[in-house]
Design a protein around this ligand. Structure first.
Ligand code: TRP
Length: 334
C-alpha cells in the first residue's frame, strides 16, 4: 500500500508505434485508475535491449512513449511515469531474483521460445532472463495488481511463483501480485484482416492505425478497410470487418452498436467507412496536438522525468534494502 492505496504496476516497451488498438483497448481506460490505485507506468527500456536497438531511435521512442502517456491524460504527478533504466533497483533486484528462479521455469516461457526462433542469431542471456527482470519490476514496488495482456500472463504467473518461493524462505517480503482485470476496453482488430488483433508489429501498415498517423492517412486506411460483399450494415460475427469498424466508431463516439447500425442502415459501406475515419481523426487529432505541444515544452517533460525517477527510486530502495538484508548482505555503514 502507498498512501492508503493499492499499487498498480505496468511496463511498456517503446519499440514499435502504438496503435489505435493500444489506445482504445488499454491506455484510454487507465485514466481513472489513479483514483483507486497508486500507479507506476514504466517505460521498460532495459527490456528493449534484449533485441538489438539503434541507440538514438530507442532514446527517441522512449521519450515519445512517455510523452504520449502524458498527452493521453495520465497526470504525471499522480501516475509515476518513468524510465526503468533510471532506477537501478530494477537491475539489482533482478539479480537476486534470478537466484530464486530455475532454468526449467525460464525454459518453459513461450515468449522466449518465440523470440529465440525469431532472433536466432542473437539468443542472448538477457532474452532468457527477461521474465526475471519483469518480476523485479513488479515486486520492487510491491504491486498488488498488474494490467497485462494474455501474452504476458505466463510471465506474471512466474512472478508470483518467484515471490511465493522467496516469501516461503524469508517471511512476508513481497506482495503477491494479481492480474488486473478491470473494465475491458474495446478489442480492435486489424483493418486488413479483421479476425486478427490490430498490432504494432503488423507487417502490413494498412492493417493498423498508428496514434501519430495524419488525418489523410487515417481516412485512407479506413476507406481501404476489408469488409465483405453482403452490402448490408449489420453488427454480427459473420461480418467481422464491419463489426470491427462499428466497434471503432462506437469507441470513438461513445455510441452503442445498435445506435450505429440504425444510423447507417441502408447506407453504403463507403459512407460508414468515411464516418469511422472522421470519428478516429476527431479523437486522435487532439491527442497529437497535445503530444506536439508537450514535445516543445522540454523543461516540463524533463522535470517530470526527474521527479518521477526520484519517486520510483524511493519506493524501489525501500523494497531493495529489505530484500538485501533478508538474503544476508551486510548493512551499509553510514
Ligand atoms: N513484458 C511486457 C510486454 O512486453 C512489458 C513489461 C515489462 C511489463 N515489465 C513489466 C508489463 C511489468 C507488466 C509489468 O508487454
Amino acid at each position: 500500500m502507498i498512501n492508503d492505496k493499492k499499487v498498480l504496476f505496468s511496463g511498456m516497451q517503446a519499440t514499435g508505434n502504438l496503435t489505435l488498438g493500444n489506445y482504445l483497448g488499454a491506455l484510454k481506460n487507465w485514466l481513472t485508475l489513479s483514483d483507486e490505485y497508486e500507479c507506476f507506468y514504466s517505460v521498460v527500456d532495459m527490456h528493449s535491449i534484449t533485441v538489438r536497438q539503434d541507440p538514438a531511435t530507442l532514446r527517441k521512442r522512449a521519450r515519445a512513449l512517455l510523452t504520449l502517456y502524458i498527452a493521453a491524460g495520465l497526470d504525471p504527478r499522480k501516475n509515476c511515469i518513468y524510465y526503468q533504466s533510471h532506477v537501478s533497483g530494477h537491475a539489482e533486484l533482478s539479480w537476486i531474483l534470478s537466484c530464486f528462479t530455475y532454468m526449467g521455469e525460464l525454459n518453459r516461457m513461450t515468449q522466449f521460445k518465440d523470440k529465440a526462433a525469431k532472433h536466432a542469431d542473437n539468443i542472448n542471456a538477457g532474452l532468457f532472463t527477461y521474465p526475471v527482470l519483469m518480476a523485479a519490476d513488479i515486486l520492487l514496488y510491491q504491486a498488488d495488481v498488474v494490467p497485462v495482456g494474455i501474452d504476458q500472463m505466463q510471465h506474471l504467473e512466474l512472478t508470483r511463483d518467484i515471490a511465493i518461493r522467496f516469501n516461503n524462505v524469508y517471511g512476508d517480503v513481497f506482495t503477491i501480485p494479481e492480474a488486473y482485470v478491470g473494465k475491458v476496453g474495446a478489442k480492435i482488430m486489424s483493418l486488413q484482416d479483421p479476425v486478427k488483433k490490430m498490432s504494432k508489429s503488423d507487417e502490413n501498415p494498412n492493417g493498423s492505425i498508428y496514434l501519430m498517423d495524419d488525418p489523410d492517412t487515417i481516412m485512407r486506411k479506413c476507406k481501404r478497410a476489408v469488409t465483405d460483399s453482403e452490402s448490408c450494415v449489420a453488427y454480427r460475427d459473420e461480418q467481422p470487418g464491419l463489426k470491427n469498424l462499428i466497434n471503432i466508431y462506437c469507441a470513438c463516439t461513445e455510441k452503442t452498436p445498435d445506435e450505429a447500425v440504425k444510423e447507417f442502415e441502408g447506407r453504403g459501406y463507403g459512407e460508414l467507412k468515411a464516418a469511422v475515419g472522421e470519428s478516429v481523426v476527431s479523437i486522435l487529432k487532439p491527442l497529437q496536438d497535445e503530444v506536439k505541444r508537450l514535445e516543445k515544452d522540454k523543461a516540463y517533460i524533463d522535470s517530470i522525468i526527474k521527479e518521477n525517477a526520484q519517486k520510483a527510486g524511493y519506493y524501489a530502495a525501500k523494497t531493495l534494502r529489505k530484500v538485501q538484508r533478508k538474503v544476508g548482505f551486510p548493512d551499509r555503514i553510514r
